[in-house]
Every structure is written in structure tokens, then in C-alpha cells.
Design a protein around this ligand. Structure first.
Ligand code: ADP
Ligand code: MG
Length: 329
């Protein structure tokens, strides 16, 4: 007998809650945010063949489904509280559910955030998480706060950079080859991103604008520029990259760095006078940050090439699910 819907929920998604007033099992969950705090709410859906490849392990999928949502809370400087999980599954496979739940709960424990409910149905593999966080009134990091003269910063793994997730995608698409060690690294970047929650919290009162990088640096920076009514220049040589990416041909490096997607790093702006405070916030959060450009009054984005020439990006839009597919090759 295959697992039924309620057995499935009871077996895999019914851990007792510690902080919420009421978790799964009733018509609603009850969350008690700290008095006076604002609730930060975000949803991200992952669809097989579009947001992830069928080759991903269930454990990594559980991790990533929550990671992309925590990354949105991070970009707002919010402290994660709870999340719900809406799951559409082709079949109630225990071989899938066990490691999926494990990957999900491992990241949840790391960030002290708890599953408080959801919905479960049979259907194409789709995962939608809604995450709830809290932030002090007026302290949320937003896309619309960038000011002319701000410096632009990006977070990244120490010794690494942006674009490795895109490099893995290029391998899956059979466009390039990597050594097995490099492929393992790139695949890890793609499948197991680390949401920069501590950094987002530490940047409250320091950063003037922020966004998490999910659709590529140029497209996501474009959202800050549009919402803040400003322009920017990016210093290409300054963009942090792994030694693996730095060994690729320049065109591919550019694609991965500028239009890569799936980085889940924080891009933010801060006044030059807060440069040291940014450094302290990053050190406190245990994340590397690099200054990559500045906010200007002239609308649009300018790229400063390594020889000093100023160019325009080949495309200013980020990844668009209705125009650009993930594509199983
Ligand atoms: P309702 O009929 O009220 O929508 P459901 O029958 O869909 O409730 O779900 C029963 C309970 O199980 C609810 O409390 C719901 O939050 C919880 N639940 C359902 N699916 C999940 C899931 N994937 N993860 C966690 N809790 C879930
Ligand atoms: Mg329901």
C-alpha cells in the first residue's frame, strides 16, 4: 500500500513546533511575532525542469527549496521565524521523501526556522515554500533605497565568487566540460546555496538598498536601479570569481558573472562613509564581501572593462521564466 496523504504528512512533515503557537494539523498555524516587529513574507516556487533538473538529489532539493526563500528574507534583513510547504508529488515515494525532508530540516535547524504547515497533493513535482520572518519597523533592507554615490557590494564565498551555479548549468546543458572536482564544486553552488541571513541582519542600518541574486547580477541590479531611480557602473575586473571560473574563456566568465542566476548572494549599496561598517558586518556574519561598483545619477548600467573602456551590458534583463528555459539536455 502506498502512503496516503495524511500518513505522508504525519511521517515526514509533522515535527513538533517550539516557537510557533500552533504548527501543522489544524486549519491554520499560529505564529507569534515579537511585539512591535513587522512581518516579512515571501514565497518561492520550484518546478521540475524549470527551477531544477531531475538529476538533483532529493536532499539537495529540500535544502534548496528552503534556501531560496531564506535568501529573500536575508535580502530584507529579516530574521526567519517559520515557513509552510506546499508540495505536489507524482507519487508518495519514501525514497524521495526521506532525504527531501532531511535536507529541508537540516537547513531549517541551521537557521532556527520551523515548518508550521502546508499542503500536499499528487501532481507534477513542484515545491512552494512561503517563509515568514520579522524585522524592526523601518529597518527592512529594500530595493528602493539606493542613492547616488553609494558603493555597490556583493557577498560571496571566501575564495569564491559569483557564477559557479551557472557554470554547472552549462555542464548539464553539454556546452562545456569541467574536471570532476570542479564539476562537484559548481554543482554544489547550484544545488546547495547558503542563504546570507546573518549578513542581511548585520547590514540593517548600514546598507541603503539590497536584493538577493537569483536571476543574474545585471538583471537583479536593474531592479535596484529602477526602484531607486538611479544608474550604476560595475567594475568587471572586481567581480569575485572562483579559480575554476577564472580558468574559463572570457565570454563564458562574463555570461556566468553577469547573467548567471542562482547565486543567492546579497547585492547591496552603502554610502562610502560606511565602508568599514560593511566590512565589520561581513566579518560578523562570516561572509566575504567585495566592492564592485557605484551608484550614479545617469540612468542605466555601465560596465567598466578591464582596460578601462566603458560598455553597455549585452542584455539588461535577468532570467525570465517565460523567455529563458532551464532546459533538460
Ligand atoms: P486543509 O484541508 O485544512 O487545507 P490539509 O488537509 O490540506 O488541511 O492539511 C492538513 C494539515 O496538514 C494542515 O494543518 C496542513 O498545514 C498540514 N500539512 C499539509 N501538507 C503539509 C506539508 N507538506 N508540510 C507540512 N504540513 C502540511
Ligand atoms: Mg489543504
Amino acid at each position: 500500500m502506498p502512503l496516503g496523504e495524511f500518513e505522508l504528512i504525519a511521517s515526514y512533515f509533522s515535527r513538533p513546533v517550539r516557537r510557533a503557537v500552533l504548527g501543522g494539523g489544524d486549519d491554520c498555524a499560529l505564529i507569534a511575532p515579537t511585539a512591535g516587529m513587522q512581518l516579512a513574507v515571501t514565497s518561492d516556487m520550484l518546478v521540475e525542469g524549470r527551477h531544477f533538473l531531475s538529476t538533483v538529489s532529493p536532499d539537495s532539493l529540500g535544502h534548496k527549496a528552503l534556501a531560496v526563500n531564506l535568501s529573500d528574507l536575508a535580502a530584507c534583513g529579516a530574521r526567519p521565524l517559520a515557513f509552510t510547504l506546499a508540495l505536489s508529488l507524482p507519487r508518495a515515494s519514501e525514497a524521495f521523501l526521506g532525504p527531501f525532508a532531511q535536507g529541508l530540516y537540516a537547513l531549517a535547524d541551521l537557521h532556527d526556522v520551523e515548518l508550521v504547515g502546508g499542503d500536499t497533493t499528487a501532481g507534477p513535482l513542484t515545491i512552494c515554500i512561503t517563509a515568514f520572518g520579522e524585522v524592526e519597523p523601518g529597518q527592512a533592507l529594500r530595493r528602493d533605497g539606493a542613492r547616488v554615490g553609494d558603493e555597490l557590494w556583493v557577498s560571496h564565498p571566501a575564495g569564491g565568487g559569483l557564477g559557479d551555479a551557472r557554470l554547472a548549468l552549462e555542464v548539464f546543458r553539454d556546452r562545456i566540460r569541467l574536471s570532476s572536482d570542479d564539476f562537484a564544486l559548481a554543482r554544489r553552488a547550484m544545488e546547495r546555496p547558503s542563504p546570507r541571513v546573518a549578513l542581511g541582519r548585520a547590514l540593517r542600518g548600514i546598507a541603503r538598498s539590497a536584493i538577493d541574486l537569483s536571476d543574474g547580477l545585471v538583471g537583479d541590479l536593474g531592479h535596484i536601479l529602477e526602484r531607486s531611480n538611479v544608474g550604476a557602473r560595475l567594475n568587471l575586473a572586481a567581480l569575485p570569481r572562483s579559480t575554476m571560473l577564472a580558468a574559463q574563456d572570457p565570454g563564458l566568465q562574463r555570461l556566468c558573472l553577469l547573467h548567471g542566476g542562482d547565486d543567492y548572494e546579497l547585492l547591496f549599496s552603502a554610502p562610502p562613509a560606511r565602508c568599514e561598517a560593511v566590512g565589520r558586518a561581513a566579518a560578523e556574519a562570516g561572509v566575504a564581501v567585495t566592492r564592485i561598483g557605484e551608484i550614479e545619477s545617469m540612468p542605466g548600467l555601465r560596465l567598466v572593462e578591464s582596460d578601462g573602456a566603458v560598455t553597455a551590458p549585452s542584455s539588461t534583463t535577468g532570467f525570465d521564466h517565460f523567455r529563458d528555459g532551464l532546459g533538460e539536455s
